[in-house]
Design a protein around this ligand. Structure first.
Ligand SMILES: [Zn+2]
Length: 432
């Protein structure tokens, strides 16, 4: 398999750490000098950029949050004069003020290169025809991938989202080999093909690069079998750059993060303390090459692990595990951090697909309790009490092992928990 930038992607770890430190020091100097927000933040904790003599020093600095970025609307976080900014993107801003992202010409060159790394790791090369169904508007999603494809020398079809029947026609007639979309839109396309009587096997599709929303291994299997292709995950974070931050290689052991540009940390989302490698927590990123809008310790809100074991592809870049939900969804039960989406993953691992489920947390006397309601299909309602009891016990044990708290498991009838989050939240906390 090809590697787009072997100097960086195969760099020995000790040289990578040295490069990161140099780039981090330069970034800290620049933001201290040019961004009032960072000057104030650093002064508050008595930190001078020249204090940073090792990567560990970073943990002394305060975090940057989405709220901080929204408060800096529109240009307060820019570290260069506006005349050096050649591109501006922004979030939708609902609710609250939008978050504005700026790019210098050099930032844009980096963006294309990093997207090209991710595309190459996924197996895209210059013979491919890449259909980009992500948004080409103010959001960053489509552009990074678009320029990455062109840099690789492959062909890009910038369809943008929507007009699904037309997308399928283009896919067939223009012989698209790579689909870039959100996981849910890949499923919409599969439905559309069925409705149009188009057999995915008759198309040239071989690969889908999916991102933009959390998705599961079960969804991956479904998309792969319905569209008859390989589906790979990548990580696009607008505030840090857009697509190109991290992406899976063919071995699917997590997404290789371009850590010569983004310094990753995993923290405990409740206490903010850094966690050791391999632990599940919130991803925090520091950009170490961005010129226009650098970020120091940006809290992504995304829950994942950082994996350093070697990957058979040879890349020395560590990997982000699949994003396992949002840190603002974390609840504490009996002093243990519970990630509600983890329950879904455990259930999917046991049953092959994720059932609808709901966590109810309450307090009896001074003790917390956790009840997990799980929808079961007709077949799973056992007539025999003994079989049902054993099933419940084994389910309870597996959940307790996986989340660290022993729950009460309650099986409920199909459709009794709506999957619509507004009407039926994933977590009901009765303690509040
Ligand atoms: Zn790999």
């Amino acid at each position: 398999m090809a590697i787009f930038d072997s100097d960086a992607e195969l760099l020995e770890r000790r040289f990578m750490a040295q490069l990161q430190l140099e780039r981090l020091q330069a970034t800290l100097h620049r933001v201290y000098k040019n961004v009032k927000f960072y000057k104030r933040k650093f002064d508050e904790v008595g930190f001078l950029p020249e204090d940073c003599q090792s990567l560990e020093e970073l943990a002394r600095l305060p975090f940057t949050t989405r709220q901080d970025l929204a408060h800096s609307y529109p240009y307060e976080m820019f570290a260069v004069p506006l005349r050096e900014v050649v591109r501006i993107h922004s979030s939708t801003g609902s609710p609250g003020a939008p978050i504005v992202m700026g790019y210098t010409a050099r930032d844009l060159r980096h963006w294309a290169k990093l997207a090209a790394r991710v595309l190459t790791a996924a197996g895209v090369d210059r013979d491919d025809v890449v259909q980009v169904t992500l948004s080409y508007g103010l959001l960053t999603s489509a552009f990074g991938i678009h320029y990455g494809v062109e840099l690789l020398g492959a062909s890009v079809i910038p369809t943008g989202p929507g007009s699904t029947a037309r997308q399928v026609g283009i896919m067939r007639d223009y012989r698209t080999t790579v689909l870039v979309s959100t996981p849910s839109y890949a499923q919409v396309l599969a439905d559309q093909m069925e409705a149009m009587g188009v057999d995915p096997k008759s198309l040239h599709l071989k690969l889908a690069l999916l991102a933009g929303e959390p998705w599961t291994e079960a969804q991956r299997r479904e998309i792969e079998s319905r569209l008859y292709l390989t589906a790979l995950d990548h990580y696009a974070l607008s505030e840090a750059m857009g697509p190109g931050v991290a992406g899976e290689c063919e071995h699917r052991r997590g997404m290789h993060i371009n850590e010569d540009h983004f310094l990753p940390e995993i923290i405990d989302p409740i206490t903010g303390a850094p966690l050791p490698a391999g632990e599940l927590g919130e991803l925090v990123l520091t950009t170490i090459t961005k010129e226009a809008a650098p970020l120091v310790r940006f809290r992504t809100g995304d829950l994942c692990r950082l994996l350093y074991e070697p990957c058979p592809c040879g890349r020395t870049l560590p990997r982000l595990s699949r994003i396992q939900g949002r840190s603002d969804a974390v609840v504490i039960v009996k002093g243990v951090n519970i990630y509600p989406s983890r329950v879904g993953q455990i259930l999917a691992g046991l049953q092959g697909e994720e059932p609808a489920y709901q966590l109810v947390i309450g307090r009896e006397g001074h003790l917390d309790f956790l009840e997990v309601k799980i929808e079961v299909r007709e077949g799973l309602f056992f007539d025999q009490m003994k079989v049902q009891r054993e099933f419940l016990q084994s389910l309870t044990r597996k959940l307790a092992q996986g989340i660290g708290v022993s729950p009460r498991v309650k099986l409920v009838e199909p459709h009794s928990i709506s999957r619509e989050a507004e009407t039926s939240p994933l977590v009901i906390d009765l303690r509040k």
